[in-house]
Ligand binder design. Structure first.
Ligand code: GDP
Ligand code: MN
Length: 337
C-alpha cells in the first residue's frame, strides 16, 4: 500500500535528497546533443557508450536539440537508453537560419570559392547554421537556461575509457570553464578573416582579455598571427555562464555582425577556443587527458598505462593525436611549463 511504499522509498539511500554522482552531489549540469532525426543510429551508439562509461552511475539529465521536431522514434530510443530526465527541444528559427541581413550573393560567392578549394562542407548552408548556432545560441535555448555546465556529445563518437568520477564537479570544484580532449590546427581557408576580427575586437575591448590568458596557445608571435590551434568542440565539457557573460556575448555579437559564419565558414571550434583562451585565465582550461574519446578521424587515448587498465580503456594508445605533428597539445602543455 501507499504507506508501506512511502516507508520503503524513505529507507532507500538513493531516492531521497539531492542526486549524487560517485558520492558527491550533482553539479548543475546536463548532457547535451544536437542531432537530426537521421542521426538516430549514431546517437544510439554515442549515448549508450557514454551512459555505460559514465552516466549510468550519475543519471545526469539529457537535452537533445534539433532544428526540426524530433520524431517519435528518436524520442523513444533516447528515452530507452537513459535513466535521468530527457528532454527534446526545437531550435528557434532565428537561432538557426541565415539572417536576412546577410548578403546572399556574397555568401554564395564565398561558398563557391571554398568549393573550388575542395574544403569539407564548403557548399553547405546547414553546416554553417550549425556552426553559428553552436557558437552563439545553444546556451540561450530555453531547455538549457536552468543549467550551468554541459557535456557536448555528438552522434557517432566513441568513449573508450570509464569515467569513474564527476567531470562536472571537477570543473566546478577547480574553477574550470572549458574542458577538451583533442586539439589541432584549423583549416585556414574556412576562417581567412577571423583573426583580423579577433585582433580588432581585443584592441577595442582590452577589458575582456584575461591577464593570465592562453594567447601563447593561439599565436606564436604574441598575437600578430593565428597559428590555427583550437580545441575540437565536438567534445566539450564547459561552463555556459562563460558563454553567457559580457565578454563572450560582446565577442560573438562582434563576429556575428562581420558575417563570417556565412561569408566564410567560421567554425564553433575556433570561435569557442579563441574566446576560452583569451577571456578566461589559462588555469581555467582543462585537458581531460584521462578521457578516451574518438571522433573520426582523430582520437585521444590516455597514455598512462595504469590509468588505461584501471579505466578499462579500449583505445589504441599508438593512435592518440597528442604528440603527432597535427596536434596542438605540445603548445597547450607549454603554457604551464
Ligand atoms: P563535423 O563533426 O564537423 O563533421 O559535423 P557533424 O555532421 O558531426 O555535425 C556536428 C553536430 O551538429 C552533430 O551533433 C550533428 O548531429 C549536428 N548537426 C549538423 N548539421 C545539422 C543539421 O542540419 N541539423 C541538426 N539538427 N543537427 C545538425
Ligand atoms: Mn561530428
Amino acid at each position: 500500500d501507499a504507506q508501506a511504499h512511502a516507508a520503503l522509498t524513505n529507507l532507500s539511500p538513493t531516492s531521497s535528497g539531492p542526486p549524487t554522482c560517485f558520492g558527491k552531489e550533482h553539479a548543475n549540469a546536463t548532457m547535451l546533443m544536437l542531432a537530426r532525426n537521421s542521426d538516430l543510429a549514431g546517437a544510439i551508439s554515442s549515448v549508450s557508450q557514454i551512459q555505460d562509461r559514465f552516466n549510468r552511475h550519475c543519471n545526469y539529465p539529457w537535452v537533445f536539440l534539433n532544428d526540426e521536431e524530433f520524431n517519435a522514434e528518436f524520442r523513444r530510443e533516447m528515452s530507452k537508453l537513459t535513466n535521468g530526465s530527457v528532454s527534446f527541444g526545437l531550435v528557434p528559427r532565428e537561432h538557426w537560419v541565415q539572417p536576412d541581413w546577410i548578403d546572399e550573393d556574397l555568401a554564395r560567392a564565398g561558398r563557391d570559392r571554398m568549393v573550388a578549394q575542395d574544403i569539407i562542407y564548403a557548399g553547405s548552408v546547414p553546416y554553417r547554421n550549425m556552426c553559428r548556432f553552436n557558437s552563439g545560441f545553444f546556451f540561450h535555448h530555453p531547455l538549457l537556461q536552468q543549467y550551468r555546465y554541459y557535456w557536448r556529445v555528438e552522434p557517432d563518437i566513441e568513449y573508450t575509457c570509464d569515467v569513474p568520477y564527476d567531470p562536472f564537479r571537477f570543473m566546478q570544484d577547480n574553477d574550470k570553464v572549458y574542458g577538451f580532449t583533442i586539439s589541432f590546427y584549423e583549416w585556414e581557408p574556412t576562417i581567412p578573416t577571423l583573426w583580423k576580427n579577433v585582433k580588432e575586437f581585443i584592441t577595442k575591448h582590452p577589458e575582456h582579455v584575461a591577464p593570465d590568458n592562453a594567447m601563447a596557445y593561439l599565436s606564436d608571435d604574441g598575437g600578430q598571427t593565428y597559428n590555427l590551434c583550437h580545441f575540437w568542440s565536438n567534445f566539450e565539457i564547459a561552463d555556459m555562464s562563460f558563454w553567457r557573460a559580457p565578454a563572450y556575448q560582446a565577442f560573438f555579437s562582434f563576429l556575428e555582425h562581420r558575417g563570417g559564419f556565412y561569408y566564410e565558414r567560421w567554425g564553433d571550434a575556433p570561435v569557442h577556443s579563441i574566446a576560452a583562451a583569451l577571456f578566461a585565465s589559462k588555469s581555467q582550461l582543462h585537458f581531460f587527458e584521462d578521457i578516451g574519446y574518438r571522433h573520426s578521424p582523430f582520437q585521444h587515448c590516455p597514455l598512462d598505462s595504469n590509468l588505461y587498465r584501471e579505466r578499462r580503456c579500449s583505445c589504441d594508445q599508438g593512435d592518440t593525436l597528442d604528440f603527432r605533428q597535427q596536434s596542438c597539445i605540445p603548445r597547450y602543455k607549454k603554457l604551464f611549463n
